[in-house]
Design a protein around this ligand. Structure first.
Ligand code: NAG
Ligand code: NAG
Ligand code: NAG
Ligand code: NAG
Ligand code: NAG
Ligand code: NAG
Length: 306
């Protein structure tokens, strides 16, 4: 059966000509490579290799031939395997080229864990977010402020963690589903970011851990009902845990460790029945676990109050 299927699919794919890459997009990729340093891992990115859809780390739409994905990031896995193969560093350096904007159908861009020049991100770069669905620039040393990111037309996963961004939290549009700004140097309060939203937001994961955010955690969570995970650990938040968090009926983890929070834990949290993990440690909250927690939050598996 498998053999037959194999023969069938082989002859099928031979029958239909696969579109090769689009010339203007190949030129854009070559310009992008020119601005990179240590790009030895991109050896087959060459003008004479015409089909750029076959280049390493480039993925195209199989019907239209447009470049849709650039996987130029390094997970620990790829770094570890490059070391074991003695292939030298897989990390790219240098600059980001505005030719990225010429890839009009790009929806997935991973530039994580590289060694780009530790400068401010150029303004044009953020315009990519209006058509991307996935942007990961985690683990570089990018600096400067993050502008409001309100123009994305589709759902968007944004990972800007482990950089050196400063300034306040950027505004986001309702289509952002994952926002990871953890481990930067962002400061100021959270109220601009959180409150004054007219529509229900689609955000599921909010990670602001390890910044210099301060002030109270605002009491306006009603528009954020899709949230599944909230990470606010290692900041300088003060005041109480807001009772409107009870509106978050999809919430599975709430991690507020190492802030200056005080007061009672609001019993509105009984509405957050999917909760699996709560971490309130290293705050000034009462040391006792409220009795209603065991009764209402039957799925809890980890509670940290220390
Ligand atoms: C971003 O890239 C890093 C490193 O490759 C990875 O660990 C992380 O999970 C990625 N973020 C998202 C949201 O996929
Ligand atoms: C990835 O590597 C960094 C240091 O290079 C380390 O701090 C981090 O814990 C590693 N992450 C994982 C998931 O192994
Ligand atoms: C970015 O921050 C880290 C500390 O988190 C620091 O070691 C590094 O020098 C900073 N890089 C730049 C370019 O400022
Ligand atoms: C993108 O470009 C337009 C101008 O074409 C500009 O108004 C906008 O603020 C830019 N930035 C972002 C993040 O979209
Ligand atoms: C959100 O995405 C939908 C399509 O999924 C789009 O129609 C809508 O205009 C987007 N909204 C915003 C504010 O960008
Ligand atoms: C944290 O907030 C307290 C007041 O709540 C303030 O005294 C302290 O300086 C702040 N620390 C940092 C690192 O911002």
């Amino acid at each position: 059966m498998l053999l037959c299927l194999n023969i069938f699919t082989n002859s099928f794919s031979k029958g239909i000509p696969q579109p090769s890459c689009i010339k203007s997009e190949r030129q854009a990729l070559l310009k992008i490579k020119q601005q990179f340093k240590h790009s030895n891992m991109l050896t087959d990115w060459k003008a004479r290799n015409e089909d750029c859809c076959k280049w390493v780390r480039v993925f195209c739409n199989t019907v239209t031939g447009h470049v849709t994905e650039l996987q130029l990031g390094n997970s620990n896995d790829t770094i570890a395997s490059s070391r074991s193969k003695k292939a030298g560093s897989l990390k790219l350096g240098g600059k980001l080229s505005p030719a990225l904007l010429d890839l009009k159908h790009l929806s997935y861009l991973d530039l994580s864990n590289n060694d780009f020049d530790p400068t401010q991100i150029p303004d044009w770069f953020w315009n990519l977010t209006s058509h991307l669905q996935y942007l990961n620039i985690s683990g570089n040393q990018f600096q400067g402020k993050i502008p409001d990111l309100l123009t994305n037309k589709a759902s968007l996963v944004l990972d800007l963690s482990f950089n050196n961004f400063t300034g306040s939290l950027p505004g986001i549009s309702l289509n952002v589903t994952v926002l990871d700004l953890s481990n930067n140097f962002l400061s100021g309060s959270m109220s601009q970011f959180l409150c004054r939203k007219k529509h229900q937001m689609k955000l599921e994961v909010l990670n602001l851990e390890g910044n210099h955010l301060f002030g109270e955690i605002p009491d306006c969570w009603e528009k954020w009902r899709s949230l599944v995970a909230i990470e606010l650990c290692n900041n300088n938040f003060s005041g109480g845990i807001p009772s409107s968090m009870g509106a978050l009926t999809s919430l599975e983890s709430l991690h507020l460790r190492n802030n200056h929070l005080e007061g009672e834990i609001p019993d509105s949290l009984t509405n957050c029945t999917p909760l699996l993990t709560l971490d309130f440690a290293a705050n000034h909250l009462p040391g006792e676990i409220p009795p209603w927690m065991g009764e209402w939050l039957s799925k809890l598996i980890i509670i940290n109050f220390q």
